[in-house]
Design a protein around this ligand. Structure first.
Ligand code: GLU
Length: 419
């Protein structure tokens, strides 16, 4: 991603939203300085022997934006375009996200600059283990708890858990979340972000009086969040009419068969040329008229250029930072109802929290209980944000930031400043 352009720099985008909310809350200068400055940033070199015998040195980051409300919490992503500014932004979004859904966590994020598509499993394992050992001193179940993010998964978390545990000389499952079920993972965690999107979208549709079975949904991204989100929504009777991926889009006005599309992608490596659907360009699909647009991949999809052309009633931000700050005003002027990322995709970290609680207790819940508790938190948080938005006459994103900033600022006031 091009972080050189100001519109596309996630850290600048995070700062803009922060300032807007801080102004509305009349936060004083000192509190603003504390809230916007990441508490800790670590950059590490990760030397790794590749399968062909060459040595490569990768760069990794772990940023703890805030630990005011509890240990830092947030995923680790592997991608060639990871940058410190991106990790900083993502870490701050975790702080606000955990505060919006009222979890006892601060916010953190990690990243390694690498291209997993050209690395073997064993190379990925070596990178993960060396990265973990480099950040070992700042992570821990009471300090900072990583989780999966883009291009990392339960297997990556198992390696992190194992590396940490080997150093500590005791199995410490609570150091990461998003682990395999047999290693202290939680039921419902893989689906949690998509499921959270489903719950808040359902409430947003009620605001428009649109029945679920009439809702036309366009999903951008078909990975963990988009794939699960589409699958769960289709199961609930939504009409998922288009899926957009990196190489193009597929469309069926009567609703796509998501299970079959997942199978098709597995078999062919692409969603394109799927029976019972028509191929579209990414732009054509993004600009379709629909009830719900679910951007569920990367940052900077709804921009000053695309925001005037999209046609949903509701945008549910499954991804982190899919909308640029410049696009916010365009969406507001067009009356598009935005469920902001720090609320919409909080289902993942919420079930991560459940996983951490279960690990600490050594007692595991069934899936029904996980989903019920997730639904309660997502629905309550949706209405908390909506109420805030009406009371303060601000759009949903600013309302969510205000709610979050207020909660974190309150924790800092209670704790005081240690000197
Ligand atoms: N990576 C996910 C997110 O951005 C989940 C983080 C977590 O579970 O800690 O929210």
């Amino acid at each position: 991603m091009d972080h050189t352009s100001a519109e596309f720099n996630p850290w600048l985008n995070a700062a803009k939203r922060f300032e807007t909310a801080a102004d509305r809350l009349h936060l004083d200068d000192g509190m603003r300085k504390i809230l916007k400055t990441p508490a800790k940033e670590l950059t590490v070199a990760i030397p790794v022997m590749l399968d062909d015998g060459r040595i490569e040195v990768f760069t990794g980051y772990r940023v703890q934006h805030s630990i005011a409300r509890g240990p830092a919490k947030g995923g680790i992503r592997y991608a060639p375009d990871v940058s410190l500014d991106e990790v900083r932004a993502l870490a701050s979004w975790m702080t606000w996200k955990c505060a919006v859904v009222n979890l006892p966590y601060g916010g953190g994020k990690g990243g390694v600059i690498c291209d997993p598509s050209i690395l073997s499993d064993i190379e990925l394992e070596r990178i993960t283990r060396r990265y973990t050992s480099e950040i070992l001193d700042i992570i821990g179940p009471e300090k900072d708890i990583p989780a999966p993010d883009m291009n990392t998964n339960d297997r990556t978390m198992a390696w992190i858990m194992d590396t940490y545990s080997m150093h500590k000389r005791e199995t410490t499952t609570g150091v990461v979340t998003g682990k395999p079920l047999d290693l202290g993972g939680s039921r419902g965690r893989p689906e949690a972000t998509g499921r959270g999107c489903l719950y808040v979208t359902r409430e947003a549709l009620k605001q428009f009086g649109i029945p679920q079975t009439k809702a036309r949904v366009v999903v951008q991204g078909f990975g963990n969040v988009g794939g699960m989100g589409a699958r769960l929504m289709a199961k609930e009777g939504f009409k998922v009419v288009a899926i957009i991926e990196t190489d193009g889009a597929v469309y069926n006005e009567n609703g796509l068969d998501i299970e079959a599309l997942l199978q098709h992608r597995k078999a062919t490596g692409s969603i394109l040329d799927f029976d019972g659907a028509q191929n579209l360009s990414r732009e054509e699909a993004l600009f379709l008229e629909c009830d719900v647009l679910l951007p569920a991949a990367k940052e900077n999809v709804i921009t000053s250029e695309t925001a005037p052309k999209i046609n949903p009633k509701i945008v549910c931000e499954g991804a982190n930072g899919p909308t640029t700050a410049l696009a916010d005003k365009i969406l507001a002027d067009r009356g598009i109802f935005v469920i902001p990322d720090i609320l919409a995709n909080a289902g993942g970290v919420t079930v991560s929290y459940f996983e951490w609680v279960q690990d600490r207790q050594g007692y595991f819940w069934n899936e029904k209980l996980v989903n019920e508790r997730l639904e309660e938190i997502m629905v309550n948080s949706f209405y908390d944000v909506l109420r805030y938005s009406k009371e303060h006459k601000v759009e949903n994103r600013t309302a969510a930031y205000m709610l979050a900033l207020d909660r974190v600022a309150f924790a800092i006031k209670l704790r005081g400043i240690y000197a």
